[in-house]
Write a protein that binds this ligand. Structure first.
Ligand SMILES: [Zn+2]
Length: 352
């Protein structure tokens, strides 16, 4: 009895070991296959079956693996007419890749450039696939602009005429609200907590902005500069009156370069003010006033909203006197970015 038990035990152990090894090898084997499918860059059995199903297997160079083609055959937008192009296109890890590829191919972009173009666009944080065709059209017309600039400009609709495709702003009470020639405030919108300005009670701003304005003006005073806001919050009806009188005087085209149409004025937000230096009569501000303002207004939460050379983006000629409250943190960031608020908002504020 003793002997038998001793004999049985090693056989049992041996069998167990064999089964375990076999199982391990088998597991390892299939694992290797899967891995080698990628590392060796060859099509998997599943992919080849799919090619057969699509009736394209004989046209594919099976020896030369293309990840783009491998992804395309399983994509709902697969187009067999682009088979050869898919094989040549560099794969980019991004959503809707094949859809983007097809758009570029439809527009006759070269297969060798397509991977790079998609890479450049999709790395922009504010890239939207819905605007992809507009990006391409805008870039074709403005080839000197980099991809990021194209994406931002199209997102803020600069590929469209001012005052076209306009929409109501969704966050009229936000500190970050952008009112421009594409985004308007409702005629009934009046900001909450309007407060008269400390040195001109005829002008009002949203309380937080009015307090910051006081800090700004007092700091300027310490540096020997006198600033007074001549106008700040403007109601829809007052803007309407202003714009229409400019329009009558100079015509609509000219009026549009310096005055906002009713609803489209930042002054209706209660966050903007037009500054004036009462000691300087030639213009609203002297060059040294402006120099001070440009260097310091962010410390009090303001930005120069329409700086020189941005009229193609803002739609307004330079207004060195028009300041906009944003809060200290974002005002400094806008200043450092060198972008207009319109652009900066699309990149960094619209999801805040
Ligand atoms: Zn203004």
């Amino acid at each position: 009895m003793k002997k038998k038990r001793i004999k049985k035990l090693p056989i049992f152990i041996l069998l167990t070991i064999i089964i375990l090894i076999a199982g391990f090898l088998n597991f390892n084997n299939t694992d290797n296959k899967n891995k080698s499918g990628k590392t060796k860059n060859s099509y998997s059995e599943k992919s080849i079956l799919k090619m057969e199903e699509l009736g394209i297997k004989d046209n594919v160079n099976l020896k030369k693996y293309s990840k783009t083609l491998d992804i395309a055959i399983f994509d709902e937008y697969f187009q067999s007419s682009y088979l050869k192009e898919y094989e040549q296109i560099e794969y980019v890890e991004t959503e809707n890749f094949i859809d983007l590829v097809n758009i570029l191919l439809d527009r006759k972009y070269s297969a060798k450039d397509i991977g790079n173009i998609i890479k450049e666009y999709t790395k922009c944080p504010n890239f939207s696939k819905y605007n992809f065709e507009r990006y391409l059209t805008y870039k074709e017309k403005n080839n000197n602009l980099d991809y990021q600039t194209v994406v931002t400009r199209v997102n803020i609709k600069l590929d469209k005429e001012f005052y076209t495709d306009t929409e109501p702003v969704k966050n009229p009470d936000s500190l970050y609200v952008v009112v421009n020639k594409y985004n308007y405030l409702d005629s009934s919108f009046v900001p909450k907590n309007l407060k008269p300005l400390f040195n001109n009670s005829n002008a009002t701003m949203v309380q937080e902005a009015a307090d910051a304005y006081q800090e700004l003006v007092e700091a300027a005073k310490k540096d020997g500069i006198t600033l007074v806001a001549t106008t700040a919050y403007r109601s829809y009806s007052f803007q309407s009156y202003l714009y229409n009188s400019y329009k009558e005087k100079d015509g609509q085209q000219a009026a549009d370069t310096y005055s906002a149409r009713p609803g489209f004025s930042e002054h209706q937000t209660g966050l903007a003010a037009d500054l004036n230096d009462p000691n300087y009569s030639a213009r609203r501000l002297s060059p040294s006033d402006y120099e001070w303002l440009k260097n310091n207004c962010d410390k009090y939460g303001f930005i120069i909203r329409f700086p020189e050379g941005t009229d193609n983006i803002t739609g307004y000629q330079e207004e060195d006197w028009h300041i906009r409250y944003l809060g200290k943190e974002e005002a400094k960031k806008v200043k450092d970015s060198g972008l207009t608020l319109d652009e900066y908002y699309d990149l960094y504020l619209k999801n805040k």
